[in-house]
Design a protein around this ligand. Structure first.
Ligand code: NAD
Ligand code: UDP
Length: 311
């Protein structure tokens, strides 16, 4: 059945891919974005589509719209961008969550929060299952994002307990793909842009830190599966690719795949940079029947091609 679906942050990297998929599934989409890190170009192909609408709004302001379902993605995700104005990052996470929850409660509709693996901080447990409570430095430079997202999760579960709201919380692990900004600052886009431009590849620290990279199409399938799952008692669900890679190997792979002559350069490791990160996705496999299907080389190939041809 066709629904009217609100996607906050819909002009961003993941949000725009989610809008694409929801429209392709026959839904109407209302995209709300303040273009802090989003781009009109990401949603431009849909502007003439009567099933698509866009509102330039800040999620810190209350939203008065009529929809059947809400995905709350509005929030900068790159450490470079979320640390530019950390107070605004916390505000976006917390007030944005409150505003979508109030809207969902008034409309009695389901709402999904894009949470993050950052709620686990620099994890002491590996891989990270959903019941791991995390290890976040409350006062560090990443805290605006980590604690903002943790508080948003709290608000989601309190709205469920207090108001009986139907909520879903996705803990998204590092996701990459076409439409990441060239100056996004995250590792996959940085390395591809540097490699294609023949500039040095900047490895922060010694490159032994790990991440687990999920291609955006897989992630979008996971978000929709979680939204559609009938289990209202389901807790937060990890969504990510459990294939763990160290950053030095990622750099070498991208240099090789782009046939780049870039050198590799080591720079200082940012404060509180997590040492290891890998999702335990047992819950998503068992309860959503979801698992990522696109391996790193295939996904990197698509991302490299997109950056090569980007205007
Ligand atoms: P992104 O920066 O590309 O997209 C975020 C979007 O939100 C942008 O379009 C931006 O303009 C918009 N936005 C920011 N603040 C806003 C505000 N106050 N009001 C309205 N719009 C606002 O990032 P992304 O990678 O697409 O991430 C989307 C969501 O997924 C975020 O909530 C992020 O925390 C979460 N997430 C992403 C990853 C990842 O690896 N990409 C990992 C974990 C969690
Ligand atoms: N990183 C790097 N070079 C870059 C950008 C990032 O070595 O040009 C490292 C960063 O220090 C971290 C990892 O890559 O260890 C992932 O960083 P990203 O900002 O993509 O995501 P997050 O740290 O939020 O997982």
């Amino acid at each position: 059945m066709s629904k009217r679906i609100l996607v906050t942050g819909g002009a961003g990297f993941i949000g725009s891919h989610l809008c694409d998929r929801l429209l392709a599934l026959g839904h109407e989409v209302l995209c709300v974005d303040n273009y802090f890190t989003g781009r009109r170009a990401n949603i431009a192909p849909h502007l003439a589509d009567p099933a698509f609408e866009v509102l330039r709004r800040d999620v810190c302001d209350p939203l008065h719209v009529e929809v059947d379902e809400i995905y709350n993605l509005a929030c900068p995700a790159s450490p470079v961008h979320y640390q530019v104005d950390p107070v605004q990052t916390t505000r976006t996470s917390v007030l944005g969550a409150l505003n979508v929850l109030e809207l969902a409660d008034r409309l009695k509709v389901r709402v999904l929060q894009a949470s993050t693996s950052e709620v686990y901080g620099d994890p002491a447990e590996h891989p990270q299952p959903e019941n791991y409570a995390g290890n976040v430095n409350v006062t560090g430079p990443r805290a605006c994002y980590d604690e903002g997202k943790r508080c948003a999760e709290t608000l989601f579960y309190d709205y469920r307990r207090q108001h009986g709201l139907s909520i879903r919380v996705a803990r998204i692990f590092n996701t990459y793909g076409p439409r990441m900004l060239a100056d996004d600052g995250r590792v996959v886009s940085n390395f591809i842009v540097q490699a294609l431009g023949g500039r040095p590849i900047t490895i922060y620290g010694d490159g032994t830190q790990t991440r687990s990279f999920c291609y955006v199409d897989d992630l979008v399938s996971g978000l929709i599966a979680l939204m559609e799952c009938s289990d209202d008692a389901i807790g937060p669900v990890n969504l990510g690719n459990p294939n763990e890679t160290d950053i030095a190997t990622l750099a070498r792979t991208i240099v090789e795949m782009t046939e780049s002559r870039s050198d590799i350069e080591n720079a200082a490791l940012p404060e509180d940079d997590p040492v290891r990160r890998c999702p335990d996705i047992t819950l998503a496999i068992q309860r959503l029947g979801w698992r990522p299907g696109i391996d790193l080389r295939t996904g990197l190939g698509k991302a490299i091609e997109a950056f090569r041809t980007a205007k």
